[in-house]
Design a protein around this ligand. Structure first.
Ligand SMILES: Nc1ncnc2c1ncn2[C@@H]1O[C@H](COP(=O)(O)OP(=O)(O)O)[C@@H](O)[C@H]1O
Ligand SMILES: N[C@@H](CCOP(=O)(O)O)C(=O)O
Length: 318
């Protein structure tokens, strides 16, 4: 579940009164998601998403995220911008939390993407990257390559409680990745977490790209690598779906494209992306009680991807 902060009907009505959005009809907590509290809000005028930002999203980063969404929406991408209040303000406070009222987008996220859906989603990422060439704000990647050594150290030998020998395996993987990291590649604003649950679709059409709260400036092709790891495997990371992976690369190629250098770097970028999600999941695994309201995501599903990319990366991205 992802409703950490309860919002009273009185507080929500008073909040909505700052906007030209009609009066409150209903509000329901949304179970999906892990980072923030989200509500589906219906008013007499329309439907909205109300997001209250919890501890993982720094309030200081919100202007960057909102500017990015605004830029992308203005360029015609299916992303949900924040709704301004009557004074033009996008970022508010509600129940003691930073909060935004966000445009509702229709569609559902797919759990087992088909090649056609993967292609459409990657095309949408390519169009998003094309739109971002003129976006000038910067946000360092708070989960980027420069942070992985610290993330590994803070998990430490507790990792061996998840799987015997895991700390040493990840230390070697990190050394390998750091020594090959393609720092020369083009950077841009990227989504950095475009998993299937962050893409809304109706049949084979992309209706929404959401959850930009890891967006940052980083190697642009790293976004493709993150997407590959998230889309082209089953949930356990045991089964690689080459058709989905190929469709994804073809989709991105058709709307934006990879240079020869970017394509050649995909194996190591994919290893890095696998390590990034492995580390964050491992930290959560070690620090979230098993009976917490939030479902812990399996870190080993990303160890399997890391192993796969080390062995087969050069072949599948050739
Ligand atoms: N703009 C939106 N339009 C429609 N549904 C949305 C929108 N934003 C979020 N949602 C719904 O809320 C869920 C959680 O949102 P998300 O941003 O992924 O949360 P979290 O940041 O907590 O992971 C999504 O899976 C989706 O169902
Ligand atoms: N995609 C990450 C976790 C981030 O969760 P999100 O709901 O904000 O996308 C993972 O699967 O480890």
């Amino acid at each position: 579940m992802a409703v950490y902060t309860q919002v009273s009907a009185e507080a929500l009505s008073a909040f909505l009164a700052r906007f030209d959005v009609g009066a409150l009809v209903s509000a329901k907590g949304i179970a999906e998601g892990v980072e923030n509290s989200n509500y589906l809000v219906d008013t007499t005028d329309a439907r909205f998403i109300l997001t209250l930002y919890e501890k993982r999203v720094a309030a200081d980063d919100l202007p960057y995220f909102m500017a990015l969404l605004d830029h992308l929406a203005n360029a015609g991408n299916p992303v949900p911008p924040a709704i301004p209040d009557r004074d033009g303000r996008l970022i508010h406070e509600l129940e003691g939390r930073p909060a935004c009222l966000i445009q509702f987008l229709s569609g559902v996220s797919v759990t087992r993407p088909t090649p056609t859906q993967a292609r459409a989603a990657a095309e949408a990422m390519g169009r998003m990257h094309a739109s971002l060439s003129g976006f000038s704000l910067d946000r360092p990647n708070s989960m980027g390559v420069e942070t992985w050594a610290d993330q590994l150290a803070r998990c430490g030998r507790d990792l061996d409680g998840i799987e015997a020998g895991l700390f040493d395996r990840l230390s070697s993987a990190l050394d390998r990745i750091l020594s090959r990291w393609p720092r020369h590649l083009a950077t841009s604003a990227i989504h950095a977490d475009l998993f299937p649950d962050n893409v809304l679709m109706l049949d084979d059409r992309v209706t929404g790209l959401i959850d930009f709260y890891f967006a940052c400036t980083d190697i642009r092709a790293y976004d493709v690598a993150v997407m590959h790891g998230a889309w082209a495997f089953d949930g356990t990371g045991r089964v690689h779906d080459a058709e989905v992976g190929d469709a994804l690369l073809a989709g991105y190629q058709s709307s934006f494209g990879l240079s020869d250098d970017e394509r050649a770097a995909l194996p190591i970028l994919a290893e890095g992306a696998a390590l990034r999600f492995l580390l964050s999941r491992a930290w959560d695994w070690l620090n979230t009680p098993a009976d917490a309201m939030v479902t812990r995501k399996d870190p080993l599903a990303y160890l399997r991807r890391l192993d796969f990319y080390q062995t087969h990366g050069a072949t599948i991205f050739a």
